[in-house]
Design a protein around this ligand. Structure first.
Ligand code: B12
Ligand code: SF4
Length: 563
């Protein structure tokens, strides 16, 4: 996802390509979780690996060449695990999405740790197989193995289920004594006030679009399909302001400007997050707004004016919200009760309210609930258009292991247990045939990212509703005219270069013409350098989403579900 009102500087692609692919290494820094025991004499050379992702909605793979980056953002666990490693061990971080992997070289490590989501599971398996053949000691953790811990069988020597702030140092102490276990799972959730500053310095941060930062974990809600609350719990746990400031400084030291706040739900504990946001606003003010943020939150954000204002003041410009469905019965079925509150306004009204505050809304939508019939596809299309949601991630309902949905459907005999289910989801729908669900989903995506429909939503939001651009920064710009001039020039140049790359690089003539036409309209109706940059980014993102949808619709690629 790209925030809309960003001040994003395009990198020099050629210089980046010339840079070598050597991994960065480092010893640990201060880590309150790690208490090396006197018995811990054996030290390890540890390499953590983030395997290649499949193409996905968020992966932005088709847009990255124009943006001059190799990946959207680093996974947050890699630099965190490095920071959690007790002193004495050597840590190397490798992200296959931004650098090549050499298995023989990897085999020199004493311990190789793999992370991964569901969309990385097959690549994880391939890497583990290669490492096993080379006799390497491997450990796995992260979102996928936390919900499907037997997936890799004997390919991995040790499996970590869930959070690892306590278990990772514990494992290293056990390993040093030659007494490690096969499986680690914490008895208690991690105490976020003790989480150390991630080692961003061990990553190639210049190869990513965004940085990542985490304030909290957990979400108070109870959506039936959600594995986040299974793994991270329903009690939001937050970091202290000093930890957040230390992370901001660490990101700034790496030259990061745009940052994704990777919380499961930023506003899970409204009172506590307001306090943190006030500190974030103070930090931004004191340092001249060095960061543009985007994040994920629940729709009840629309019900709290103070919270909305704090997000805007902190320069959080976009928020991804799991809206899931305009079908109220489906929302009730999946226990997404926070979205079913007619007294607080319709879904569309609540989205518009957030937009009016100056925040762009991105959404997650799901088709294939038990209460969804074949009319759901058109209902979803109409809702997204009415709500002026430009970028939306639509997926077919998928039952992730360990969720209440998975348990319910297993009891009902409605799960396809194959690793690659025939129609893109393991759920056997109730009111549609599986093929009908798959075809309806692919067609819906194709319609949503058809250029005219997409740009109609862009214009509705940016030209008709005139979503405010970078309100917090603009307030400051009025007081600092020179900074303002610099940022205007930066937006103009960055937007212009991105546009030029798109017009040169997009192979389809019809798309190039559409992008050019839309830009021309914008220049006439909203002549503003930030708007130019926003439009250029919207075109790049359109190219990714449209290409993904077209390739699925024409059968050139498999049907990618969003999960
Ligand atoms: C922020 C976020 C994103 C961001 C950033 C993604 C990124 N590249 O990092 C964005 C919005 C871009 C995103 C995209 C996607 N996401 Co996402 N995302 C999240 C979210 C909310 C938080 C992830 C995070 O950073 N957590 C903070 C870190 C520190 O936690 P962690 O990774 O779990 O690590 C801890 C432990 O797991 C453990 N650990 C992890 N790995 C390892 C490895 C070893 C060896 C050890 C010892 C321990 C260990 O230690 C860490 C400290 O405790 C999670 C929900 C969740 N809480 O997991 C979903 C989640 C991970 N995403 C998910 C999915 C499906 C996706 C997409 C595929 C969706 C799509 N179709 O586009 C894409 C992938 C695109 C891509 N190429 O990046 C699913 C994965 C399902 C699963 N169980 O596998 C999740 C769980 C959400 C969900 N249920 O839908 N996502
Ligand atoms: S609001 Fe989001 S994170 Fe919270 S339970 Fe529902 S799906 Fe999970």
């Amino acid at each position: 996802m790209v925030p809309s009102q960003v001040e994003y500087q395009l990198p020099d692609v050629r210089a980046q390509q010339a840079a070598d692919t050597q991994p960065a290494r480092g010893g640990p820094q201060h880590n309150p979780y790690a208490r090396p025991s006197p018995l811990e004499v054996r030290v390890a050379r540890i390499t953590f690996v983030n395997p290649r992702f499949e193409v996905s909605y968020w992966g932005m793979e088709h847009a990255l060449p124009f943006l001059g980056k190799r990946a959207n953002m680093p996974v947050a666990c890699l630099p965190l695990l490095a920071a959690l490693t007790p002193a004495g061990h050597t840590v190397t971080l490798l992200d296959e999405n931004v650098q090549d992997l050499d298995l023989d070289r990897l085999a020199r490590a004493d311990i190789v740790g793999l992370t991964g989501m569901i969309v990385q599971r097959q690549r994880m398996r391939a890497l583990l197989t290669g490492l096993k053949q080379r006799g390497v000691f491997t450990v796995v953790g992260g979102p996928w193995v936390s919900v499907q811990e037997d997936y890799f069988g004997d390919l991995a020597d040790v499996v970590f289920v869930g959070e690892a702030e306590e278990t990772w140092p514990q494992f290293l102490a056990d390993w040093a004594r030659g007494r490690h276990r096969r499986r680690y799972e914490q008895a208690e959730k991690s105490d976020m006030s003790k989480v150390p500053t991630p080692r961003f310095d061990l990553l190639r941060m210049d190869r990513y679009m965004f940085g990542s930062l985490q304030f909290s974990r957990g979400c108070p809600f109870q959506c039936e399909f959600c594995d986040i609350i299974v793994t991270f719990g329903r009690r939001p746990r937050l970091k202290a302001a000093a930890q957040v400031v230390a992370e901001l400084e660490a990101l700034r030291a790496q030259g990061v400007r745009i940052t994704f706040i990777v919380d499961d739900n930023l506003i899970g504990n409204k009172q506590a997050i307001k306090l943190l946001l006030r500190d974030l606003v103070a930090y931004q003010e004191a340092h001249g707004y060095p960061f543009v943020f985007f994040t994920e939150a629940s729709l009840d954000l629309a019900e709290d004016d103070e919270l909305l204002q704090l997000l805007v003041d902190a320069n959080i410009v976009s928020v991804f919200i799991g809206i899931e469905s305009p079908n109220e019965e489906a929302l009730k079925e999946t226990r997404k009760f926070q979205n079913v509150r007619p007294a607080r306004g319709t879904l569309v009204e609540r989205v518009h309210k957030i937009q009016r505050a100056g925040i762009e809304v991105w959404s997650g939508m799901i088709v294939g609930f038990d209460h969804d019939g074949p009319d759901i596809f058109e209902a979803q299309r109409r809702f997204i258009e009415e709500a002026r949601i430009i970028s939306t991630m639509v997926g077919m309902l998928y039952a992730i292991p360990k969720t209440p949905l998975h348990a319910r459907l297993a009891r009902a005999g409605r799960l396809d247990s194959s690793d690659e289910p025939a129609c893109g989801t393991n759920v056997l729908p109730l009111r549609m045939r599986r093929e009908e669900l798959r075809d309806g989903y692919v067609k819906l995506l194709d319609l949503l990212y058809e250029p005219k429909a997409y740009f109609r939503r862009v214009e509705d939001l940016y030209l008709k509703a005139r979503l405010e651009l970078n309100a917090a920064v603009h307030k400051r710009r009025a007081r600092h005219p020179w900074t303002w001039v610099k940022s205007v020039v930066r937006d103009l140049v960055t937007g212009g270069v991105l546009f030029w790359r798109l017009l040169r690089g997009v192979p389809e003539r019809s798309l190039r013409r559409e992008y050019g036409r839309r830009l021309w309209r914008l220049c006439r109706l909203r002549p503003n350098p930030t708007a130019l940059l926003v439009y250029a980014l919207k075109c790049a993102l359109h190219y990714h989403q449209h290409t993904m949808a077209r390739q699925m619709a024409s059968g050139r690629t498999k049907v990618h579900n969003s999960f």
